[in-house]
Ligand binder design. Structure first.
Ligand code: AHM
Ligand code: MG
Length: 337
C-alpha cells in the first residue's frame, strides 16, 4: 500500500473532474452507501459475540426466512440514506414496497436499490457475504414516486457496486467509467483505492454453478456444463475447475479478480420465476460491473442489461463473466430455440 492512499472521496472527486458529468449529489450518495456498508461490516464481524446471528422470526416478500442480520443491514441502509437529500426513494430485496424518502427530508433525484445482505445462508458459517446496490435516475418532473419508476432497464443504471464482508471488506464500484476496487482500512476506518480499471480475462478454465440443480437445468446449460466436465479430451479441449461459494458477491468477486463464469440459470422447478436471483437487486448491478470490466452478462438469449423489468422483485436467469464462456452460452441458447 502506498504512503498516500487514494480514499473513496478523493477517487470520486477525481472521477468528477475527469468525466465532468458525475454530479456532486451522486458522489455524496455513493459515500453515504459506503458509510452504511462500513456499519454493516462491523455488525457482521462481531458475529455470535453480539447475539445477532440467527433467524429474525419473519419472512421477506419472497417468502424467505429473514435473518437478524438481513433486517439490521436493511435498516442501516435505509437510515443512512434517507436524510442525505440525494434520493427520492429506495427499494430493497427485503421490503415488499418501495421506501419513499420521508417528507421531513429534502428529496433528491436518485433511486437506490439494494440487496442488503447477499448470501444470507452463509452468515452463520463465517463465509463471505455482502451488500449489492444499484443507482437509477428518477425521471424529471415526477411528483409522487412509485414502484413503476424503478422499472428501468439495467443499461440505465448510473452506478452499481457491492461490498464484500469477508477476510477483507471490499467495495467494488462502477459509475459507468470502468470498475474500481476499494479495501477498507479498518485502522483508519476508510475505504482506499486498491485497484482501478479492472479487466476480466476473456478466457477461463473456471465455472461457478450450484451443480445440485443439474437435473432441473434447460438443455443449453446442461450441454455447456457437460462439455466443461469432459475436460481436455472433450470438445472444449481443456480441463475446467469449479467453485461455488453460495454468496453471489463472493462468486462474482472471484470472477472480477481472476476470470471465470458464474451461472444461476433458469431451471424447471419454478418456470415462471426465470431463475433464483433478482433482476433489480442482484442481476443488473452485477451485470453492469461485469460489462464495465470487459465481460458479458446474459439471461440466455437476452443481454441482462436490456431486460425491461415488469415488477420490482422480478427474477432473472444469470450467466456472467469471461467473454468467451458467456458468448458460448449465448450461442447454445440461440441454437436451442
Ligand atoms: P439471498 O440474497 O437470499 O442471499 O439469495 C441469493 C443467493 C446468492 O448469493 C447465491 O448465488 C445463491 O443465492 C445461492 O443459491 P443456492 O443456495 O441455490 O446455492
Ligand atoms: Mg442476494
Amino acid at each position: 500500500m502506498s504512503d498516500n492512499p487514494i480514499s473513496l472521496s478523493r477517487y470520486l472527486i477525481e472521477q468528477e473532474r475527469r468525466h465532468g458529468h458525475i454530479p456532486g449529489s451522486l458522489r455524496l450518495l455513493i459515500e453515504q452507501v459506503a458509510r452504511a456498508c462500513k456499519r454493516i461490516s462491523r455488525a457482521v464481524s462481531k458475529g455470535a459475540s453480539s447475539g445477532i446471528l440467527g433467524s429474525a422470526g419473519s419472512e421477506n416478500v419472497q417468502g424467505e426466512v429473514q435473518k437478524q442480520l438481513d433486517v439490521i443491514a436493511n435498516d442501516v441502509l435505509l437510515e443512512a440514506n434517507e436524510w442525505g437529500g440525494h434520493l427520492a426513494a429506495m427499494a430493497s430485496e427485503e421490503l415488499e414496497q418501495i421506501y419513499p424518502v420521508p417528507h421531513r427530508y429534502p428529496r433528491g433525484e436518485y433511486l437506490l436499490l439494494f440487496d442488503p445482505l447477499d448470501g444470507s445462508s452463509n452468515i452463520e458459517v463465517n463465509v463471505t457475504i455482502g451488500t449489492i446496490f444499484s443507482v437509477l435516475h428518477l425521471a424529471d418532473g415526477v411528483r409522487d414516486v412509485g414502484a413503476e419508476h424503478f422499472l428501468q432497464a439495467g443499461r440505465d443504471q448510473v452506478a452499481a457496486g457491492y461490498c464484500t464482508y469477508g477476510p477483507q471488506t471490499t467495495l467494488v464500484l462502477t459509475l459507468g467509467h470502468g470498475v474500481a476496487v476499494f479495501t477498507l482500512d479498518s485502522e483508519q476506518g476508510s475505504f482506499v483505492l486498491t485497484q482501478e480499471g479492472l479487466r476480466i480475462p476473456e478466457s477461463t478454465r473456471e465455472f461457478s454453478i450450484n451443480m445440485s440443480n443439474m437435473r432441473h437445468w434447460a438443455p443449453p446449460v446442461q450441454r455447456y456444463v457437460d462439455e466443461c466436465l469432459q475436460g481436455r479430451n472433450g470438445p472444449r479441449g481443456k480441463d475446467f475447475n469449479m467453485r461455488w461459494v453460495g454468496s453471489m458477491v463472493a462468486d462474482v468477486h472471484r470472477i472480477l479478480m481472476r476470470g471465470g463464469v458464474f451461472l444461476y440459470p433458469w431451471d424447471r422447478r419454478e418456470p415462471d420465476r426465470a431463475g433464483k436471483l433478482r433482476l433489480l437487486y442482484e442481476a443488473n448491478p452485477m451485470a453492469m460491473l461485469v460489462e464495465q470490466a470487459g465481460g458479458m452478462a446474459t439471461a440466455g438469449t437476452e443481454r441482462i442489461l436490456d431486460i425491461q423489468p415488469q415488477n420490482l422483485h422480478q427474477r432473472a436467469a444469470v450467466m456472467l463473466g469471461s467473454r468467451e464462456e458467456v458468448a458460448l452460452l449465448q450461442r447454445y441458447h440461440a441454437e436451442a430455440q
